[in-house]
Design a protein around this ligand. Structure first.
Ligand code: NVA
Length: 306
């Protein structure tokens, strides 16, 4: 039984295979029906969502399946009943489970007991479906991944920072993470990415100076400074992160043909300026659309790998 809980659950070859499949599914969105029946995929949200719910629901329908929305607040997973019991129950109703939650350990426990593939739709630690969409988008605009340099500027300790390290390294990219002191990813995560990069020819490094990180980059990425669950730190974070704002001035240090990614939701004037997010180098709407194609590909891959 295969699951997709973290970016490095896919080997470099498997990641490339999933991205190829995503491109095929994007070209012919209504041809493949691996969920015909329709088979049900449970989507559980313990945190807010827009793109993830919309893209999974649309994608599951396109694959011939039925998206079953489970409201995390109503289900009270871990409060009203244990993760173990929810896994046992949903595993009898659904062919796969897609879950957005807090601790990665909750997702791991679900995967252990569900008896069906489990997909990470964002945890505190990782956002691997987003990264598949990001890589698909970069491939579309740059025709390759390996060897490209990516600068991630902002909260390196959040799910997106970790996922960029692992997924970028898996793709053979050179990932440079630039964060203020105290907001860098754990050393263990950097080492985990560096070990992958040693096999793929990529690299994973921390570069506290945002100008140095962005200089010459092919891809520049940022994310909100205040991830879901960190709302009470908003004021303190705004001050610390200000020098890491993705402005036109900072972007000017990147390669002339650099593209800008942001997983959204975006806060214009905070982590990214409006003229960058809405400017000619931004590919964020392609990126948002590609959630659907990438997720259809990972669902299909997991179904076939069972
Ligand atoms: N790091 C952000 C990503 C949102 C899609 C968060 O966890 O809120």
């Amino acid at each position: 039984m295969r699951h997709f809980l973290a970016d490095d659950d896919l080997s470099p070859a498997e990641q490339a295979q999933v991205l190829d499949l995503a491109a095929e599914l994007k070209a012919a969105p209504y041809d493949a029906k691996p969920l015909a029946g329709p088979r049900t995929v449970a989507m559980i949200f313990d945190k807010q969502t827009l793109r993830t719910q919309a893209s999974f629901a649309a994608g599951i329908a396109e694959l011939g399946g039925h998206p079953m929305l489970v409201d995390g607040a109503l289900a009270g997973i871990g409060v009203r009943e244990s993760v173990h019991d929810v896994a046992k129950v949903l595993g009898r109703q659904a062919s796969m489970i897609v879950w957005r939650t807090y601790a990665q350990s909750r997702l791991e426990e679900m995967a252990e007991h569900a008896g069906v593939p489990v997909v990470n739709a964002l945890t505190d630690d990782f956002h691997p479906c987003q990264l598949l969409a990001d890589l698909l988008t970069i491939r579309e605009h740059k025709q390759r991944l390996a060897g490209l340099s990516v600068a991630f500027v902002g909260d390196g300790a959040c799910n997106m920072g970790n996922s960029w390290l692992l997924a970028g390294a898996t793709a053979g990219m050179h990932v440079r993470l630039s964060s203020p002191e105290g907001y860098a990813p754990d050393r263990e995560m950097v080492e985990r990415a560096a070990a992958i990069a040693a096999q793929t020819g990529g690299s994973a490094t921390l570069e506290p100076n945002p100008v140095t990180a962005v200089t010459g980059a092919d891809v520049v990425v940022t994310d909100t400074w205040i991830s879901m669950g960190k709302e009470d730190e908003a004021a303190a974070r705004a001050a610390v992160f200000a020098p890491y704002s993705l402005t036109s001035r900072l972007l000017a240090h990147a390669a002339d043909d650099a593209i800008v990614l942001h997983c959204l939701p975006a806060y214009r004037g905070k982590e990214i300026d409006a003229e960058v997010l809405d400017g000619p180098q931004s590919v964020v709407w392609d990126e948002a659309e590609n959630r659907r194609h990438a997720q259809k590909a990972i669902l299909t891959f997991l179904l076939e790998a069972r």
